[in-house]
Design a binder for this molecule. Structure first.
Ligand code: FAD
Length: 300
């Protein structure tokens, strides 16, 4: 596919100074029936506006000036990722690397430094691309998305957040204020494996995240998140069921990996990778991810 970049279309630009003002503007514009888009880092939205992949809005509401949406904090309640926290902040965090390694690996595998400095994790999931690198780790780590509007706040499990390619459960007037990840349990392990033509410089052909807790020689509470293999990022529930509650020996790992390959719905995409290739690679990467979670040596 060739993308011809054009000028940005004309639109009004609003830059609220605080959360109250942003929520008021969102409520007013929604009530008026205006077409608006929320802007965070703009690394998805700006190219989409230029290429006319999204319709020109009447207003762009830029969240970047809202201090309450920034920052990363970790504590007894787990990790809070403010919706303006950049990919760079997450990638550079030693706390995230130590306690939520799957997310750290995903952040470090999103494109190059220029993009990471602007892009946000919230923008990555709100854009709702099947290949969004942060989605599989957030699925594996059991994250919740906090959706906020003038009407109040609701927490949505990340697995219920995506409704289709480019679509989420966000209602008009709502924004994502933060993402929450529960604190890791005893013996928690997680990782993210990304397959792409040019490594981190490219969108994932397949992304696999796995998380679990090493207990008594086995691994419990296994969760597997998959990217780029279905219309939305998904959990590999059949594979999780196979891998659950026992020793992750080579037979169980192979069966779980094969279950993951059987439960996906890769789309026809002659540009990046065929469905058959994605299925094969999901099996390979799920096997490797589970082997690593189990502390085994990974075979090719
Ligand atoms: C060269 C290049 C390379 C890239 N490489 C990768 C890659 O390797 N892996 C990857 O996953 N992505 C990649 N991307 C995509 C993009 O950088 C990420 O998806 C990024 O995380 C988007 O964040 P952002 O803050 O820039 O979002 P924006 O572009 O600001 O917004 C994206 C969408 O989310 C909405 N939105 C943003 N924040 C909120 C909010 N708080 N509440 C409600 N809606 C919101 C916007 O309205 C828009 O629809 C790449 C992009 C480019 C241009």
């Amino acid at each position: 596919m060739v993308v011809f970049y054009r000028r940005l279309p004309n639109f009004g630009y609003l830059r609220p100074r605080d959360l109250d003002e942003a929520l008021d503007r969102l409520a007013e514009e929604t009530e008026r029936g205006s077409k608006y888009r929320v802007l965070a880092g703009g690394t998805d939205l700006v190219p989409q506006l230029k290429s006319r992949a999204v319709a020109a809005p009447e207003f762009v509401i830029d969240l970047k000036g809202i201090a309450a949406l920034s920052g990363l904090e970790d504590g007894a309640e787990g990790l809070r990722i403010g919706s303006l926290a950049t990919v760079t902040e997450v990638a550079a965090s030693t706390v995230v690397a130590a306690r939520y390694p799957a997310l750290s690996l995903a952040a470090r595998n999103i494109s190059a430094r220029q993009i990471q400095n602007r892009a946000t994790i919230a923008g990555n999931i709100c854009n709702a691309a099947a290949s969004a690198d942060s989605a599989p780790p957030l699925l594996a780590l059991g994250a919740d998305v906090v959706c906020l509007s003038r009407g109040g706040e609701r927490r949505v499990a990340i697995e219920d957040f995506f409704t289709g390619p480019g679509r989420t459960v966000l209602d008009p007037g709502e924004l994502v204020s933060e993402i929450r990840i529960p604190p890791p349990g005893e013996g928690a392990r997680s990782l993210y494996l990304k397959l792409a033509a040019r490594g981190r410089m490219d969108l994932a052909w397949v992304g696999v995240a796995a998380a679990g807790e090493a207990v008594n020689g086995g691994v419990e509470n296994i969760r597997i998140g998959l990217g780029a293999v279905a219309p939305t990022p998904v959990r590999a529930r059949k594979a999780e069921a196979v891998a659950q509650g026992g020793l992750l020996n080579p037979d169980v790992v192979a069966e779980a990996a094969s279950a993951a390959a059987s439960e996906i719905e890769p789309r026809e995409d002659s540009y990046r990778a065929s469905p058959r290739y994605r299925r094969l690679m999901v099996e390979v990467l799920t096997r490797r991810a589970l082997e690593q979670i189990a502390g085994q040596e990974t075979k090719a």
